[in-house]
Design a protein around this ligand. Sequence first.
Ligand SMILES: O=C(O)Cc1cc(O)ccc1O
Ligand SMILES: [Fe+2]
Length: 476
Amino acid sequence: MEKIPHLDHHHHHHYHHREQPVPTKRNGRDFPSDDGDYQSGFGNSFESEAISGALPRGQNSPLLCPYGLYAEQLSGSSFTSPRKLNQRSWFYRIKPSVTHEPFKPRIPSNEKLASEFDKTNSRTTPTQLRWKPMEIPDSPTDFVDGLYTVCGAGSSFLRHGFAIHMYTANKSMDNCAFCNADGDFLIVPQKGRLWITTECGKLQVTPGEIVVLPQGFRFAVDLPDGPSRGYACEIFGTHFQLPDLGPIGGNGLAAPRDFLVPKAWFEEASRPGYTIIQKFGGELFTAKQDFSPFNVVAWHGNYVPYKYDLKKFCPYNTVLFDHSDPSINTVLTAPTDKPGVALLDFVIFPSRWVVAEHTFRPPYYHRNCMSEFMGLIYGGYEAKADGFIPGAASLHSCMTPHGPDTKTYEATIARGNDAGPYKITDTMAFMFESCLIPRICSWAVESPLLDADYYQCWLGLKSHFSHEADVKSNSV
Ligand SMILES: O=C(O)Cc1cc(O)ccc1O
Ligand SMILES: [Fe+2]
């Protein structure tokens, strides 16, 4: 009879610090600090083992797994999804996830979370909205307590829709893990690093990077820098893809190899009173267990958490005249069933050269059938001279007029036709754009952070109209 090997030796993982090492020791957990500490690629079939030989070869469910591990599958798509959309991973873990006490409503709950949007929890308005950055609280607040929904559409129950959240927090999650049963999170930290432990391993996410935590993954967020703030969008019923590149060709925008996926990491020690916090239908539930959910010794599959450094994005844009539609800067897109119509596009406005001739270079004045939520990670935004600072947010819903503020317009015209090429530097704005029309959570409409004077930034735009043909035009 085959002998079952046992967990009889300790696991030591050595990370290689090529440049200056960052402090990565905390609670005995060391976090990866450079790209080589991850696997790379988008949509790959990945595999990783923290102890060699822990991953079964040739099959997923051996009668007895190596080292006495349990096999467990996490399905991120229906079993029968077509191959190109089919996502699942296999975990080989010390105890299966099911080994816990019953889920109970969490007390206190988080009343500011929503996964369905209707008249009971949200309002609708076509007006332009802008929120000042939320202050980071003084009272101890972890990532789960500090998460609040700003707006959204559709329903997690019906597997179609999205929610936009923000978070402010100042302390690491303690003896608990979060699991979002409703959808995939795309998190955009604006202040403070996130040390995220997942069932696949650990990720260090710095402002300027993003992280995607797909539906169902258990994860814990540590805040090594303390005060932290950021944005998160959540999508129901689909996953992010890389956009097609069309005539751009085989390269450009976000490159698959720049997406980084963790390597297997596990903890074995018993953890009395450990809590799983499950977000289910926008409500929080907790279940107790006596071990860490980060007990996956080896895994393989294509359903994975990943991070991406926005500075690696290779922008394509106008090289002669006119302003491109912002879709040219799409990092990731979550599709609907309609071709080219996104449930959620994640678009960025990175540092870039601006060279267009005889062109109004900032974003054009616009009304859009899609709805646009924007945030700013650092620097300034091309269309807003004032008021839109890092940590702020704006929402221009379906067909709501928007565009450069008066100061930006006047400065652009004053600069005239001879501006020449210049570089917009040290900036990273982004947009979550959806074909669904968001409702705004009641608290966000009533919030003192809502900038009641936002509309005034456009009121100074005055008529330059004259019946004399072409007085000021500098078009060709
Ligand atoms: O500022 C915005 O509203 C986003 C945006 C940017 C851009 O370059 C063109 C169109 C657009 O909606
Ligand atoms: Fe727009």
